[in-house]
Ligand binder design. Sequence first.
Ligand code: ADQ
Length: 507
Amino acid sequence: MLDFEQYLNDCKFILVSNREPYEHMRGEHGIEVRQPAGGLVSALDPTMRRTHGTWVAWGSGTADHEVADETGRVAVPPGEDCYTLRRVWLDEADINGYYHGFANRALWPLCHMLIQHFEFRTEYWERYKTVNLRFAHAVADEAERCTGRSMAWIQDYHFALASEYLRAMQPSLFIHQFWHIPFPPADILRLLPAGTHQDVLRGLLGNDLVEFQIDRYAMNFLDCVDKYIPEARVDHVNLTVSFRDRIVRVGAFPISIDVERFERMARSADSEARIATLRGRYAKGTRQLGVCVDRLDYTKGIPERVRALETLWTESPELRERFTFIFVCTPSRSELPAYNLLDRDVTQSVMAINEKFGTPDWTPIVLINENVDSDLLAAVYRAADLCIVSSLQDGMNLVAKEFVACQLDERGVLILSRFTGSAEEIDGAVLINPFNVDGFVEAIRTSLAMSPDERRRRMHRMRRHLFHSTIFDWLDSILARATQVMGPAVEPEVESSEPEGEPVVSA
Ligand code: ADQ
């Protein structure tokens, strides 16, 4: 475990994210507390516990109001009271405009370059600005409550404007932001209406440091600033921007997972039992087991994957019954029409494939349409001979890393889209272009036929890399860089009544 105090001992830590780490819900037996699943919360919660900072987030739970004070503050974790959760309240119109609207219908598709899903409405944009301003006020208030220095760390594309607002309120606050998704090239960003794309860029330039997953996204950001912000001076070599008498730093910090936790789950006795069941059911004899795990999102290349499997089984009938695929797809953003259509499309095409190729003894694709506990996920990853990640664009993709972490037997092959951040970091996967049907099919064929030695060599290489690149290494490198840029605290000058002595001369 990292020693976060070395970075944050003289400085209050304020974390900002859309989702909150604890949600109070009204249930049958009174108020219940839920901790949303997800890598970020499980990595950052221990940090917050140890630094006693403040986490600012949308209060989305049905009983959140009841337990918070009049400013939206509540001590968490319940009963332990290690840090403060400051809730920001959003009404129906805010959620529709800021979250479902500008964040998920405009920025999300644009950043993933899937412009057929891009939709801009003035009302979304106005709400996005209002909510970003509300978050900035909450953070500024939290910074004001402490006497010493503070550092604000903002998460993701929900808050492209918050830093600029916050900087105007708190000029000396150290502000940095991690952008979890890709950053698009300049020609794509300018699909936002004139003025709006500059506002997004100027918003991000409110930070002292902007963190991306990989170099390519950092470069795209710098190119966009270079093209669209005339008053900014970009240094592509040192990755800095001179803007309004400040230097904004930019860098790449690939996110990861809690590798030991996944290994532990994959190794447990429960997991061993589940693996035996899974393989007995789906991978009898020489039959292989494939797996994919995604949120149902159009960026994940799910229809493209289904199409590749259908093409493979059509063109190579001898490969029918040779392997079974488990698709673990958790429904996501179901308020948006594009996601509902995708859900229907995937279910229908999987059913059609199963009908076309299935036999009494074999179901080609087993569709699990739900959120699965991470210990079951770990067993599925370990049981598999093959994992496909076919994203059309993906900031990093943690599924690829989770699969590698759980492959204790080094038997599995990772088929990985070139358009994920992971593909630029991990060496050892079979890389694919999910748009290229024949290449995709060939990659599955090659992977199925790959020798145990070759599989072990590749998996071993990926696992070695992953052990030195965990979520804690990610946090460490970001906090180290942030505190380096921030510099040491300036000691206040203390007036002395003592007469000045001889200057001390050191050897
Ligand atoms: P996501 O787009 O959500 O994250 P990803 O990185 O793959 O994508 O993370 C998904 C997480 O959800 C994984 O931890 C996975 O195990 C879990 N998950 C998916 N389906 C599940 C299911 N059916 N049941 C249970 N758990 C499931 C965004 C960016 C990514 C970036 C991350 C982190 O889009 O590119 O890697 O943030 O920065």
